[in-house]
Structures are given as C-alpha cells and as structure tokens.
Design a protein. Structure first.
Length: 678
C-alpha cells in the first residue's frame, strides 16, 4: 500500500476523494464515533481498502445506519458469549431491528440468570477489543467451517435468498459468502459466524449494550420449523443514550395499550376468539364510535361517497385484482361453499371457493364498473369503514397494533391522469388535518418505491416512473421531510405514508396514499372522455388512520389513556360531598347529557375521597364536586386530572366551559383552558 495519500473535499458532498491507497482505519483512525464508511456509496467495514479516486464518507455511530451496524455487531457478541457458556447451542440468525437486535439459538429455555451471565461474558469480550475480520469464502469452505451449524448450512444452500418473512439475508449476501472472525489481540480466532456485515472494527466500539428479554421463535418465522430461543438486546452510541432508552421503555410499559385497555375497561382479547381479534367494552365502544363518527363527518365534508361491501367474496375477484397469488400468504385460507357429497363422501357437486376480504379495493372497482362513467363525475371518491381480515401468524399479532381482523377507513379515488397530482395533494393535506385534530403533530413522509430486482411488482417501467414522480411532487407541497423507502411499495404501485411520532418519540405509520395503474386495467375500468373516447382512470388508494383499532392503540399510548375531553369515554363525573347532594349534581349532569356530554354521578357507597381517586384513576377529564356551599350558591367545583381544582364556579359558567372545551376538540387537558386555576 502507498504510504502517501492525498485527501481532498468533494464540492458536492461531505465525502472525501482519496488519492493513493489506504484503509478506512488509516484514514479515520480509531475514532469510535465512526463505525463504518460509505465507499463509493456502498457501506463497508473500515478495514476495507480505499484506492485512487474513491469517494469515502464516514458512517457515524449516532446515525440510523451506524446504530444498525453497532447492533448487528452486538448481536454477534451475544451469540459468542452464549456459545461460550452453552457450547451445545446452535446458531440461527442475528439481525439488527428497530432500537435493538436479536439472535436466535437452538438451546434450552433461558432464565433471567442466564441472561445476566451472558451479559457478563459479553462485557469481557467487549473489553478484549476483539477485531471483526471479514473473509470471502467459497461454498465448500463455508460448509466445512459451519459443519456443526445446521441452520447456517441451510442459509448457505439458499445463498442469501430467504423468504420475505424473515431476516436471513443478514447472514449471507447474494452469491458471495462471507465469514466474520472475532480475532483476539494475539491473532487467535475466538469465534466466527457466517455473515455479510458490515461490522464495527472491534468489539470495543460497542460502548452501551444490554440484553432485554427472551422469547420462543420459529426458525425463519415458519411454525412448521424448529422452535428456537430468541435473545433480544439493545445497543446505543453511549451509556447516556442507553439509559434514556431504558427510561423510555419504562414509560412505554406504563402506556402499553393492552395494559390500559384492561385498567380503563376499554377492550380485551379473549382467548376464546383467538389471537389478533378484539372485543370492545362499552367505554371502548364509545371511544371507537366517536373516532369513527368524526372520520365519517370529515369524509362527507370532503366530498366522498359512502359505500359498503361484504366481508367475503368468491376467490375469482382477488385473482382479477392481482392479490392472488401476490397476496395469498396474508389472506385466510378459502372456504369451500355449496359443495355436495353423497353418502360415501364422493363429491357430487363442486363448490365455490370464498375468501375473507383482506382489502376493499376490488369491490370498490365493481361499484365503479356497475354503470357507465363520465369524465364529469371525476374525481369520484368512494369511502368505507371496511372490515378486513388478514392472516398474521399468532407469534406476531400484538394487541390492537397488529391484528387479524380490523376496520380500515379506506377510500378509493378514480380520476383522470391529469387530476391525479392535485388529488394526491388534497389527500395528503386531508390526512394531516385529521391527524392534527387527534393531537398528533410531528410528522414526516415516506415514499415507497419498487425493488428493481424483484419480480413481485407488476406494471411497466414508464408506469412506475410516472406514478412515483406524481407522488414525489405531491409530497413536496406539504413541506415535510420525505424519506425514501426503496422496495417498500405495494405490488401494484408506489406509496406515500405519513409517519407520525407520538409523545415518546416513537414512529407509527398512519395515513397512506397509493397510486394504482394496474387494477383499472385488470378490471377494465373506463370513463367517457370529453371527446367521446373511452379512457382508463387512475385509481388512488388512501387510508387516513390505517385501521381504526390500531389507531385507538396508538392514541391510548400517546395520551397514556388520558384522552382529550372530546374523545374521553366518560367526560364528566359528579362526586357529591355527601349523599344528600347527589340530586343537585344529577341536575347538572342531566343538563350536560342533554347537550351531548357523556356525564354521570358516582352514587356508590364509597367515601368522597375514594370516589375522586376512582375518577382520577379512570382518567376522567372533569370531576365535578358539590357540597352544601355549592348547592346554596348554585355553583360547582372542578377537579382536574393533574390534581388542580377550581372552586365555586357558577353552574352556567361551568357548563359553558365544559361545552366549549369539548367542542374545540383541543388536545390540551381541561386544566389548561382559559379560566382554569393554574
């Protein structure tokens, strides 16, 4: 290698142009804030050679990509530590995930004490500063070195082409097979793993790591495969970042919608009806009704036409739409209807396959096609709160946020190609307005495009190019950050999603809009243009909340169950100082109920202070307290969720304040409204 290098700054980027030959480690030194580098746009290890004319850019430990590399490296250290303690354990895969990593093993169930022992061993490995050394190997070499690892041998056979349901591609990359050795300071190999990398230069770069939990997991996500033990962990650029994350986890556990759903008597997930399905209790039913009613009102105001479609359909409909076979793995198996058999069990009349509806768009297409359409009708917007069913594996369903049965606030717009840009801009601003009304305010947009190397996408290159550009230009009108998502599009067209951050800074995918040039063709949809010709419309899919159930889960966690007054299942509870004042408070709550307020009086035998504690625990926005002085003065006292109180408010003023605050749909707590005590 040349001992003389020249570094110049590229005027178009922060990258460095290299003259001579060196490595990333020579170039950046052991600056632990730099964990890898982009070499001519491709992320590689710092040990990779850099040659004349190469463009090099550092990958920082605080960047999303840098954190992913740290976490992937931490997963390897976890596996090394576990195998040193349990040599019989066999290796699965160990990818980085959001905020952490996991590694799968074939081993006996692990206890909390086992995790502590593994963490202690990891600390020793990290302290040794073992180097991650990449080797390209042949398939024969890989098989010889991984002979004791049956799951790795399976990956070698796949050569990096896993199913879409797992993360196995993290282990091997295309036709090239690579192994990473963990090398001690004396040059001996401490451990090795089949992996495509990249990794940090040595284990000392892993400055803040913790194991979090274990669970059972099927190899490659298939319940027909071996059951493995999955070890989860998290890793960050600094101890302070790790501590902040752990604090967020504690707060997130308090806000878990499944926990709050039980505590607030909103909903439950009975085992008798199966995973991924929910029942809403009366209070949760009211919350859902308020949300759905508001969504319906906004759609009416925006010029949408309401439609309704059945929950099942003949399978041929989904073949026409293209969802079968592209979407078959996420649809429930078909039901055979009207099949007849004789006494011996022989089929005498073939039945018809019906599927539970996984999406609403095919049936909306049938409504559009039910009669002739004129350009004067366009854009034509169909809206439905449609009940959909998708087969999610029982191991991945999670409360309201990932379900098998859900309600989608789904709409489909049919328009001319010239109208598509304006329609998508309208939809994006429509989405953002609705989400802001529910108190979500921090957004960015994600543009999902097709994977050029995949065969799961249909349509011509020109169609995809035009559709993607229309979406991109519409996104610019919002002024929000636009993040690319290559390969994340639906099979029939590109997609934009609104990503919203909640009170804890977590990101949730909310609204989506998709440009579809395929289904109009497949269904033969047409409209009569101004010149009398028959033209194909553009179809635009959109959902505002995603699904009603998931949105309720997100809102529950965002507000920690303390919903804004307009959404709260119970908005007002009256607490009499003594039983003799119940009728006085009932007169006030009757007045409020007549104006549409969800109000009631606690007439239980509990003492006043316990009634207040109960109402506070139920996170009711307004607690009205009245005793002799209030009754004689025609007033009432407010007590708020934060413990503050306003005393002696005239009843008319109290009612007006409650009505005004609810009507405003403010996300602020009532204690912050004008006139409330500070």
């Amino acid at each position: 290698m040349s001992s003389t290098i020249t570094i110049t700054q590229d005027e178009h980027s922060q990258a460095k142009v290299i003259e001579g030959t060196t490595t990333g480690l020579d170039l950046f030194g052991e600056d632990h804030s730099i964990v890898a580098m982009k070499l001519n746009g491709i992320t590689v290890d710092l040990a990779t050679e850099v040659h004349d004319g190469d463009l090099v850019e550092p990958v920082l430990d605080t960047s999303d990509e840098g954190l992913s590399i740290i976490r992937h490296s931490a997963a390897h250290v976890t596996a090394q530590a576990l195998q040193e303690i349990f040599p019989q354990a066999r290796l699965g895969i160990g990818p980085p995930i959001t905020d952490g990593f996991y590694y799968d093993f074939k081993t006996d169930p692990l206890s909390p004490e086992d995790l502590k022992a593994i963490e202690k061993k990891m600390a020793a490995i990290i302290k040794q500063r073992q180097r991650f050394v990449r080797r390209v190997v042949t398939e024969e070499q890989a098989r010889a070195e991984e002979a004791a690892e049956p799951y790795k041998l399976e990956l070698i056979s796949d050569k990096g082409h896993p199913s879409a349901e797992d993360d196995s591609a993290v282990e091997v990359g295309g036709s090239e097979l690579t192994i990473y050795d963990n090398v001690r300071r004396d040059g001996t190999v401490a451990w090795r793993d089949l992996c495509r990398g990249p990794h940090v230069p040595n284990t000392g770069y892993i400055k803040a790591v913790a194991l979090t939990k274990t669970s059972a997991a099927y190899w490659r996500g298939d319940q027909h495969n071996d059951q493995l033990q999955r070890v989860y962990g998290t890793a960050w650029a600094s101890r302070d970042d790790l501590k902040a994350y752990q604090a967020r986890l504690v707060e997130a556990a308090k806000r878990d919608h499944r926990k709050l759903g039980t505590e607030l008597d909103l909903f439950s997930f009975p085992e008798e009806i199966g995973p991924g399905l929910v029942v809403f209790h009366p209070k949760g039913g009211i919350l859902r009704h308020v949300i759905e009613s508001y969504i319906e009102q906004r759609h009416l105001e925006a010029g949408f036409d309401f439609v309704h479609t059945p929950d099942i359909s003949k399978g041929g409909l989904f073949h026409t739409s293209g969802h079968l076979p592209y979407y078959a793995d996420t649809m429930f198996p078909p039901m055979n209807v009207d099949e007849e058999r004789d006494a011996q069990g022989n089929i005498t009349h073939q039945g018809q396959e019906y599927y539970l509806k996984a999406m609403n768009c095919p049936m909306h297409n049938l409504i559009f096609r039910s009669r002739g359409r004129s350009y004067r009708e366009l854009p034509l917007r169909f809206f439905e709160l449609g009940h959909d069913y998708r087969y999610e594996k029982s191991g991945v369903v999670q409360g309201l946020t990932r379900m098998r049965g859900f309600t989608q606030d789904d709409s489909h717009t049919y328009c001319t190609p010239e109208q598509a840009g304006d329609e998508i801009r309208m939809l994006l601003h429509f989405f953002l307005g609705i989400l802001r009304d529910f108190g979500l305010k921090d957004f960015y947009l994600e543009l999902s495009t097709r994977d050029e190397n995949s065969d799961k996408f249909i349509g011509s290159d020109d169609d995809w190019s035009v559709a993607t550009e229309v979406l991109r230009q519409a996104c610019e009108s919002t002024g929000l950050e636009l993040v690319p998502d290559p390969g994340g599009a639906a099979f029939y067209g590109p997609k934009v999603s609104v990503q919203a951050r909640d009170a804890l800074g977590r990101t949730w995918q909310m609204s989506t809009v998709q440009y579809d040039f395929n289904q109009p063709e497949r269904f033969g949809l047409e409209y009569t243009a101004a010149d009398g010709s028959h033209q194909r419309p553009v179809m635009i899919h959109s959902a505002k909340l995603g699904s009603v159930e998931r949105f309720i889960g997100v809102l529950t966690e965002h507000y920690a169950g303390a919903f804004p007054a307009w959404l709260s299942p119970v908005q007002v509870i009256g607490v009499p100082v003594a039983g003799e004042f119940s009728d006085y408070l009932k007169g006030i709550t009757d007045m409020l109920r007549a104006r549409g307020v969800r109000a009631e009086v606690d007439e239980s035998d509990d003492r006043m202070q316990k009634k207040i504690r109960n109402a506070t625990r139920e996170k009711v926005p307004y607690i009205l307290i009245a005793g002799e002085q209030d009754r004689d003065a025609g007033s009432v006292s407010f007590r708020f969720r934060d413990g503050s109180q306003d005393n002696g408010i005239p009843v008319d003023e109290a009612v007006a304040r409650i009505l005004d605050h609810i009507a405003s749909r403010s996300a602020e707590d009532p204690s912050a409204q004008p006139g409330a005590a500070r």
